[in-house]
Design a protein around this ligand. Structure first.
Ligand SMILES: Cc1cc2nc3c(=O)[nH]c(=O)nc-3n(C[C@H](O)[C@H](O)[C@H](O)COP(=O)(O)OP(=O)(O)OC[C@H]3O[C@@H](n4cnc5c(N)ncnc54)[C@H](O)[C@@H]3O)c2cc1C
Length: 406
């Protein structure tokens, strides 16, 4: 017999988005009875605990998009939150490095975009000026973005969790949601591993499983999550001095990811990555993690094949770079030529939830879909960790309407 409970709002998913949503709701309306179900034994087990740890400034996003707006607001809220809760973070700035002349016009486009997104202090650097910021980096020009920072999002999420538990939100760990139905009175009935909840509103923040949760709740969507693993190397301690802060390449506009970059971490190490290979399991962090259901799901999805045909060469190269340390090192050497194979060791990996449509197009912006008594987050890729507190506010406002909570 499963334990049953009645709540106003049930949040599914204890990543940074689910936790921030529960936090915003409990802050605005302390009388709401809120529970959060997370299938793993602790929060932040997936994307939130496996990312680059960058507080994004908001350089890349289309002006006016949710990503641009929520990144700017979320960054300000996050910095204030870290200050208030003594969470280590640093606004250390980053360089976007053009390594050949063909990339310089893209840098200028990025500068314009950054200005449109309110980053008034960004500026272009000449080849000579790069050394003042990153002595070991080599490029023909660079864009300096002083507003970028670093933080450990796993730690931020665990703080959110403590925060909301102290405010009376129940976090049930080890509870996998397996069914979402209706009751006769219009409430939603959510069945998990050992519990059943009846809720006026259910918020689905499932990250890599977002599309499956939405379908479980009866939301009609053609969005499918395709998982892309991003692997990292770390610099050995004696060579950490090769990178002072963050060094990024100029992103390829036809590709959804930012490219292998260097990130100094708040814990002191320096990482290089992530690459982007198709993951054979949605929550699989190594080549040997294979899920038949996930792999067949991707292969049966027409959008994946359309994307694969378009990026065939890039895809093959990514697989090669994942298997060959020498190939990965060459990507690092484009930015910092003095790095050698001996200077790095394999570190962790993360899996990105890339939401796609059947025509092969990528869902670029944050995406939410409301249904009867339910709100589903369908797409919350980077910079969703930076933007988490602002995304939480958006979700809170929608949930207050859906549940008709005052
Ligand atoms: C490699 C990589 C690098 C990144 N770098 C950055 C960066 O530098 N800066 C930045 O801002 N963003 C970055 N991101 C993006 C950021 O990490 C994500 O956007 C963010 O963590 C998404 O949070 P989430 O809560 O939506 O998902 P997740 O953290 O994946 O959480 C979803 C949760 O839902 C749970 N869940 C799923 N299904 C169920 C179920 N049926 N029942 C119960 N629980 C369930 C999962 O167990 C999981 O804990 C990066 C992402 C990756 C992968």
């Amino acid at each position: 017999m499963k334990a049953s409970e009645t709540v106003d709002v049930l949040v599914v998913g204890g990543g940074i988005v689910g936790l921030a949503s529960a936090r915003a709701l409990s802050l605005t309306n302390p009388n709401l009875k809120i529970a959060l179900y997370e299938k793993e034994s602790d929060v932040a087990a997936h994307q939130t605990g496996h990312n680059s740890g960058v507080i994004h400034a908001g350089l890349y996003y289309k002006p006016g998009s949710s990503k641009a707006r929520l990144c700017a607001r979320g960054r300000a809220l996050l910095v204030a939150y870290c200050e208030e809760h003594n969470i280590p973070f640093e606004i250390c700035g980053k360089l976007v490095l053009a390594t050949d002349r063909s990339e310089v016009s893209r840098l200028e486009e990025l500068r314009q975009r950054g200005l449109a997104n309110g980053l008034s202090d960004i500026h272009l650097l000449t080849e000579e000026a790069i050394a003042e910021y990153e002595p070991e980096a080599r490029g023909v020009a660079a864009l300096y973005v002083p507003e970028t920072g670093i933080v450990d999002y796993g730690e931020v999420a665990r703080h959110y969790a403590r925060d909301i538990e102290a405010r009376g939100v129940t976090i049930a760990r080890g509870e996998r949601v397996v069914a979402i139905g209706f009751r006769k009175d219009g409430r939603r009935r959510v069945e998990a591993t050992t519990r059943v909840a009846e809720a006026k509103c259910v918020v689905l923040c499932g990250g890599l499983l977002a599309d499956r949760l939405a379908k479980l709740a009866g939301i009609k969507t053609d969005v499918t999550v395709v998982p892309f693993r991003g692997e990292y190397y770390e610099l050995v301690e004696s060579r950490r001095g090769l990178v002072k802060n963050l060094i990024y390449p100029v992103p390829d506009p036809s590709f959804p990811f930012l490219g292998v970059h260097f990130t100094r971490m708040v814990s002191g190490g320096v990482e290089a990555g992530p690459n982007a290979v198709l993951a054979l399991a949605r929550e699989g962090y190594r080549w040997r993690d294979v899920s038949l259901r996930d792999s067949l799901g991707t292969l049966a999805f027409p959008g994946f094949w359309r994307l694969a045909r378009k990026h065939m060469r890039m895809g093959a190269y990514e697989v090669w770079r994942s298997l060959s340390k020498a190939a990965f090192t060459r990507s690092m050497q484009r930015l910092v030529p003095n790095i050698t194979n001996r200077d790095t060791f394999r570190a962790g990996a993360g899996v990105r939830a890339q939401a796609m449509r059947p025509d092969g197009s990528l869902v670029d912006d944050f995406a939410f879909e409301a249904g009867e008594g339910v709100l589903a987050v369908l797409n919350a890729p980077s910079p969703a960790a930076t933007a988490s507190l602002a995304i939480g506010e958006v979700i809170r406002d929608q949930v207050l309407k859906i549940g008709a909570f005052s």
